[in-house]
Design a binder for this molecule. Structure first.
Ligand SMILES: Cc1cc2nc3c(=O)[nH]c(=O)nc-3n(C[C@H](O)[C@H](O)[C@H](O)COP(=O)(O)OP(=O)(O)OC[C@H]3O[C@@H](n4cnc5c(N)ncnc54)[C@H](O)[C@@H]3O)c2cc1C
Length: 408
């Protein structure tokens, strides 16, 4: 077993780390201040902190762009295993993924369009997304049904001549608040009579189509995540050309299989980066802070937190890399148990490490002076988003049970 990265990855890692140190970390406070200056509620959702586009231009110029996309025609052509340490590095800052055009949900949507999009769809949506000129959202989850079981999705997509009519209500469509968000990939039912996994389809809906309304933005533990946010969207008799269907009617689940594997493991990679940064902050803080006459670092309990955090991160990283390796070698479908395992593990591990770092910082840990509170809120959502832990565990248990099923 060879644990070393190739020359190409090591070089990219060095360049990315240098970019993070020169431009990203020093500008986190600038981003926060620029966002805070948009005090007027409507401006929070209509303006982008200028530092984002400035840094995007620099990253693009340096070729640190679209690194997530395995497709070498459109992206960097890296395997999942090669991308893992790079994505982890981006996860060290909440603002970083977008700067490298490697942010969810655009990454998943780009992957869908690159793999399953028609030439027309690629021209209209994929190219501007790859250039970072527009953003997109993914609208699957619905307020009225348990959406962790996607067969429950009720939004309807009905063919009418050369058009489809979309009706339904979605929520938690991440990115819908962003003024640059121009299109949604909507999942809905085209045929309720078809076999369970062939009822759903995905369709491209431009957000300026009559009948599309972002009715409200949701908050996450009080964070609004402006300017991207998470929207509730109503689709009332929304008409789009029939050519907007992706791949074909009934392909919704097949596309979701392709989209969710990489999307899930990218979340895990970024969580490792957040956990690493939390541990780094913890270690620095406890060596500089004195309590009861000694640095906090001299306390056994704190050393135990540090040791356990290092063990947690290493375990989760090894499983992430194994899942990435299997995705590259046997495919996303065959790697589904490992993807489910790491998606169930990484948010919990990251939460534990971040929580210890918060505790070690005292009250400072829950403030916005450090990235820890925002990291925690983000990691907590990932025990639910892209499939709750329990659903991944159900999948793992089913695969395990199958091994011992008696032949009929
Ligand atoms: C910050 C954030 C961003 C999101 N972004 C998007 C997005 O961009 N697009 C999008 O479409 N959706 C998005 N989501 C929605 C997310 O994917 C769903 O919330 C998730 O799939 C769960 O669906 P649900 O909320 O309907 O929960 P439900 O399906 O109602 O499930 C509730 C709970 O039931 C339990 N449960 C479910 N099934 C089982 C089982 N088999 N065994 C045991 N317990 C079970 C779990 O604990 C689960 O959390 C986002 C969510 C969050 C929080």
């Amino acid at each position: 077993m060879d644990f070393s990265y190739s020359e190409k990855v090591v070089r990219l890692q060095e360049r990315l780390t240098e970019f993070m140190e020169t431009y990203v970390y020093p500008n986190e406070a600038v981003y926060a201040a620029q966002l805070k200056a948009l005090t007027d509620e409507s401006r929070r959702w209509s303006s982008i902190p200028p530092i984002v586009e400035e840094l995007k231009a620099k990253a693009k110029e340096q070729g640190l762009w679209n690194l997530f996309l395995p497709d070498s025609e459109y992206g960097a052509g890296l395997t999942n295993l090669e991308y893992a340490p790079l994505c982890e590095t981006m996860g060290r800052s909440i603002i970083a993924p977008e700067i490298f055009n490697c942010n969810a949900p655009d990454t998943g949507n780009i992957e869908v369009l690159a793999r399953y999009g028609s030439d027309e769809q690629k021209e209209k949506w994929l190219h501007p997304l790859l250039a970072g000129d527009i953003r997109s959202c993914f609208a699957m989850t619905e307020p009225d049904v348990a959406s962790s079981d996607a067969t429950n999705i009720r939004a309807s997509i009905v063919r009418d001549g050369d058009e489809y009519i979309v009706n339904g209500r979605k929520w938690w469509s991440t990115g819908a608040g962003d003024p640059r968000c121009k299109v949604a990939i909507v999942m809905g039912r085209t045929n309720p009579e078809a076999p369970r996994h062939e009822q759903q389809s995905m369709i491209l809906v431009p957000l300026d189509t009559p009948g599309v309304r972002v009715t409200r933005m949701l908050s996450v533990f009080g964070y609004d995540h402006a300017p991207h946010g998470h929207g509730e969207i109503a689709f009332d008799n929304v008409r789009v050309p029939a050519s907007h269907i992706i791949w074909g009617e009934g392909k919704g689940f097949a596309i979701a299989q392709g989209r969710l594997g990489p999307g899930r493991i990218h979340h895990c990679m970024r969580l490792l980066g957040a956990a690493e940064r939390a541990l780094e902050l913890l270690c620095k803080r406890v060596q500089s802070r004195l309590a009861f006459g000694h640095p906090l670092a001299s306390q056994g309990v704190i050393q135990d937190w540090i040791a356990q955090s290092r063990i947690d991160i290493e375990q989760a990283r090894l499983l992430t890399l194994k899942a990435a390796y299997l995705m590259d070698t046997v495919g996303n479908r065959a790697a589904r148990t490992e993807i489910a395992m790491i998606k169930a593990v990484a948010p919990t591990i990251a939460l534990r490490v971040i929580d210890r770092a918060i505790q070690a910082h005292g009250a400072a840990g829950v403030s916005d002076d450090y990235p820890l509170a925002a990291f925690w809120a983000n990691a907590r959502t990932l025990r639910i988003a892209d499939g709750p832990d329990e659903v991944h565990r159900m999948q793992i248990a089913r695969d395990e049970l199958r091994k011992y099923r008696e032949a009929p």
